[in-house]
Write a protein that binds this ligand. Structure first.
Ligand SMILES: [Zn+2]
Length: 338
């Protein structure tokens, strides 16, 4: 029942010690693909790509795993995530205090916040489907669960509790895993947008209308310019377009997310990347709408279109069994436009 989570741990760090005025101080906060998230001289976190030179004269030479090689003031320094180098007379570790946000074994990101002086853990649901929300009872209490409006209602309507209890009975090996299970609906449901500030890090939760479920949330880290686009897009993967979702809504959400100008885009499934993930999904939708529209104009029925439509350009995409649902959605879109 567990769908694999494909989140890559992005470790982020915030610098709390001021930089020495004349030293080139570099801290490595994250590595994704061929880019490194760095803080130079205590400034704003910034992404630089391999081969790129920062205005302060810090050049990223290479990245591998959670480390990166820099050329700082003419010397090579290898930094691992959360580590800093100060280059002046000599090079020494800064001992900066760090807050690191990494995914746990279940693929969840946790961060502690405070309300009225008491420590609080937050859990953000990016969607209410059972593979995302059944585990609430493991984290809450004490975690405060946050989702977009409608998430709790969808969980109840889909009957998660009864379904999970049946699974327990059908599969005795799951009994231990389900120990203490009860359905917990989100404690906080926001409309449209919610800002969550945890110390120096802030998260913007953005409601995405009609992209995957009844209550989808994208998570935007404005300082780091990292966007969790969640199930709105996948990497080389056909979307699951349920009957109540529309292609125009999916395209509108992509437009909204693109306008944030993210440096890194993390899709619901697949490797972290850039806005080319959006380009691919838009290109796919445009071609699908064009081909289905053409067949409608030729007088073909929905059934005939499903049999006859070919999308060879996307042969390497995963989840091909979803293509018929995509054709349904395209058909709805092109016939509604008439
Ligand atoms: Zn889902």
């Amino acid at each position: 029942m567990k769908k694999a989570l494909h989140h890559t741990a992005i470790a982020l760090l915030l610098l709390s010690t001021p930089a020495c005025a004349h030293a080139a101080e570099v801290n490595l906060n994250g590595v994704v693909g061929n880019r490194a998230l760095v803080v130079i001289d205590g400034g704003k976190p910034r992404w630089i790509a391999v081969g790129e030179n920062s205005p302060e004269g810090v050049k990223l030479m290479s990245v591998s795993g959670d480390s990166a090689v820099f050329e700082i003031a003419g010397r090579r320094e290898t930094l691992t995530m959360g580590q800093g180098a100060r280059v002046s007379a000599g090079s020494a570790s800064t001992g900066a205090r760090t807050v690191i946000l990494t995914a746990d074994a279940r693929g969840h990101f946790f961060s502690a916040g405070a309300i009225n002086g008491g420590s609080v853990r937050f859990l953000i649901d990016t969607e209410p489907h059972a593979d995302h929300t059944t585990g609430h009872f493991v984290f809450s209490p004490p975690a405060v669960i946050i989702a977009a409006a409608g998430a709790g209602e969808a969980m109840k309507r889909e009957g998660h509790e009864a379904r999970n209890r049946k699974r327990m009975l059908d599969n005795p090996t799951m009994v231990d895993e389900f120990k203490g299970y009860r359905m917990i609906t989100p404690h906080i449901e926001y409309q449209q947008k919610m800002n969550l500030s945890l110390g120096q890090r802030s998260f913007e939760l953005i409601y995405l209308k009609g992209v995957h479920s009844e209550a989808d949330t994208a998570v935007w880290l404005p300082r780091e310019r990292v966007l969790f686009a969640t199930a709105a897009v996948g990497v080389k993967r056909f979307p699951n377009i349920r009957p109540f979702l529309t292609i125009p809504d999916i395209l509108a959400s992509i437009k909204l997310m693109r306008a944030l100008n993210p440096e890194i885009v993390i899709a619901g499934h697949g490797e972290p990347g850039t806005t080319t993930i959006f380009d691919d999904m838009e290109g796919y939708c445009a071609l699908l709408l064009e081909r289905v529209g053409q067949m409608v104009r030729e007088g073909k029925s929905l059934e005939q279109i499903k049999v006859g439509l070919r999308m060879p350009e996307y042969d390497d995409w995963k989840a091909k069994d979803r293509l018929p649902s995509n054709v349904d959605a395209a058909y709805r879109a092109v016939t509604a436009a008439k």
